[in-house]
Ligand binder design. Structure first.
Ligand SMILES: [Zn+2]
Length: 319
């Protein structure tokens, strides 16, 4: 594998609990929120099943390509975080490996899959530069410096841990080299951390600057999932509008980074239920070779495989 094949990097924006729902503004904040950038990237369509259709890509043009992904991956039940994230970040059918969908922290089996097949590990092993844009606060950050991964970490964090690269801290956040999970830093301030407010636009610009120095950058936001479980419409709209501003700044500032925005399962797109949903999830791909990258994406595992292929890394796990 040749590292020289990596021409432009990938910004993997993982939005937890973002599905394609109905066109009903009373249920779906993706309809009621003001999302000019996401709508423009979707060729004037909203991110709903009715406007995007099942399994179709928005034709390439001024906008992005949007693949409609199946988060269930052939396994009955409600899609969940641990299996969904493992599939997104390894390219393996984690729900099928487990025989069911797993919520919360990854099981020992999922941990083994993440530690062996993480895309961040695979890119790093091929000489690529990988980073995780979210800062970790004490004591989590110190625990992530250990040789052994902590027991209580999400699949996304474990996937990055597998690459054995430095995690970002609150010092990086203060230096404008990290972005908080809610972009603005409010969640950290509410917990007593001395963190300056950042606008979603500023956060998107920081993301573009950091991502320009890496082959693969992960940014995770799970406040969407929390708003969905809380069925909190105002909060959900505010978060989605911040994501829209973040993406606007990112695409304005990042000239040649491929943006991949996707999710592990539905939730926030249907505020009439407290749980995750069985809705498909979007994978919005914008940037160099977007149509080629997203062609043939049908489920969560296709995202990981597509990212590796784009970065010139073989999909063969034995390489
Ligand atoms: Zn959830």
């Amino acid at each position: 594998m040749v590292t020289e094949a990596i021409l432009t990097g990938v910004f993997f924006f993982f939005v937890d609990g973002l599905g394609l729902g109905s066109d009903d503004p009373a249920k779906n904040p993706l309809v009621s929120a003001h999302l000019p950038t996401l709508t423009a990237l979707c060729g004037g369509r909203r991110l709903t099943q009715g406007e995007l259709g099942q399994g179709r890509l928005v034709p390439p043009g001024e906008g992005a390509c949007v693949a409609v992904l199946d988060p269930a991956m052939g396994v009955a039940g409600l899609p969940q975080s641990a299996t969904g994230q493992t599939a997104l970040f390894t390219g393996r059918n984690a729900p099928a490996i487990m025989g069911h969908h797993v919520n919360g922290y990854p099981t020992p089996t999922l941990r083994r899959v993440l530690l062996s097949d993480s895309i961040f590990k695979r890119v790093a092993m091929h000489g690529g530069r990988v980073t995780f844009l979210n800062p970790f606060r004490p004591p989590s950050w110190e625990r992530l410096l250990a040789a052994e991964p902590p027991a209580d970490v999400s699949a996304s964090t474990l996937a990055f841990f597998a690459a054995r690269q430095p995690f970002r801290s609150l010092a990086d956040l203060a230096a404008g080299q990290a972005v908080a999970l809610d972009m603005t830093g409010r969640v950290l301030r509410d917990r007593g951390f001395d963190v300056l407010p950042v606008s979603a636009w500023e956060a998107g610009a920081i993301a573009a600057k950091v991502a320009s120095r890496y082959d693969l950058t992960l940014y995770e936001s799970f406040v969407t999932d929390l708003a969905g479980h809380a069925q909190h419409e105002r909060l959900a709209r505010d978060i989605l509008e911040n994501i829209d501003r973040f993406v606007a700044a990112f695409v304005a500032e990042a000239s040649d980074t491929l943006l991949v925005l996707t999710s592990d399962h539905g939730n926030v797109e249907d505020l009439s239920v407290k749980t995750h949903t069985k809705n498909p999830v979007p994978a919005l791909v914008y940037g160099p070779d977007q149509a080629t990258v997203a062609s043939g994406w049908h489920d969560l595992a296709d995202v990981a495989r597509g990212v590796l292929r784009y970065l010139g890394i073989s999909e063969n796990h034995a390489d």
